[in-house]
Design a binder for this molecule. Structure first.
Ligand SMILES: [Zn+2]
Length: 277
């Protein structure tokens, strides 16, 4: 029998939402919501919007690489240094895609390792001589520990989120930083999607790609349950110059919508940063 205990906090989920053919479990304790799934097929990993994002990333690799090196990576290093109170020596990026940010870290004398499970993205990164491993992060043994682990738009794809956080904790140096971002189930856009029902999305849930939807509270819970401290969880606009993952110009319509959302303080990109105990 399938358990109805929350995948994060183990609280029994007594209420659920029937939506299309899906039963969405909603945890009252940590506000995590999810659909039961056992994902085994890699081809289901990327949603159509993620696929088009990947295609554009490859097309604009050079411009993105420069932008990451000159702006985003620099800003992130400042954030990391402030938290660590020292300069990080290395970073592991889980689900690194084309590893576009690697040059930015190397330029700042920070060793970069990426890991990617999509063969095409891995091949592209290797052709650019970027330091990337091919495979499933959860199944990979690492022979070094890291000052920083970064995973953008990864955790929402993971079946058992505690396993991911536990693994990160194991391979971080003491006080090392785990930095993640996920779609925000508590954004203004997500709330609108829940009220005005549509077939594709229920908040941040997007079957069959995103079967887990995170709130600030559930991300905090994941950190605290897996031995992290100094937990910071906040939301940003997707093209934030420090935490964002989108660097391309977006349509005017989207820009206006997202700026409006920014006023509400409930943005689409949910960010979590914490240190290993
Ligand atoms: Zn829970």
């Amino acid at each position: 029998m399938i358990s109805n205990n929350c995948l994060i906090c183990e609280n029994e989920c007594k209420n659920y939402k029937q939506w299309n053919q899906h039963k969405i479990l909603i945890c009252k304790n940590c506000t995590f919501s999810y659909i039961h799934s056992t994902k085994s097929q890699v081809e289901d990993v990327f949603s159509p919007s993620e696929k088009s994002f990947i295609d554009k990333s490859i097309e604009n690799d050079k411009a993105r690489s420069n932008l990451f090196a000159e702006k985003i990576v620099k800003n992130r290093i400042k954030v990391y240094e402030k938290i660590l109170k020292k300069k990080p020596l290395n970073i592991l990026e889980v689900g690194c895609g084309t590893a576009v940010s690697s040059y930015g870290y190397l330029k700042n004398n920070i060793n970069y390792t990426g890991i990617e499970l999509d063969r095409n993205l891995y091949n592209f990164a290797m052709n650019k001589s970027r330091n990337v491993l091919y495979g499933d992060f959860l199944e990979t043994n690492f022979d070094e520990k890291f000052d920083i682990i970064f995973a953008s738009q990864v955790v929402e794809h993971i079946d058992k989120p505690n396993n991911f956080f536990k693994k990160c904790n194991e391979i971080l140096e003491k006080n090392g930083i785990l930095h993640i971002d996920v779609p925000n189930d508590f954004s203004m856009v997500s709330f609108v999607r829940k009220i005005f029902k549509n077939k594709k999305y229920y908040g941040a849930i997007r079957p069959p790609y995103h079967m887990r939807a995170y709130s600030p509270k559930s991300i905090s819970k994941l950190f605290s349950r897996n031995h992290f401290y100094n937990i910071k969880v906040f939301s940003k606009i997707n093209w934030d110059r420090t935490f964002g993952q989108l660097v391309e110009n977006v349509s005017l319509q989207r820009a206006v919508l997202f700026r409006l959302q920014q006023l509400s303080g409930m943005n689409s990109l949910l960010i979590g940063l914490a240190q290993k105990k």
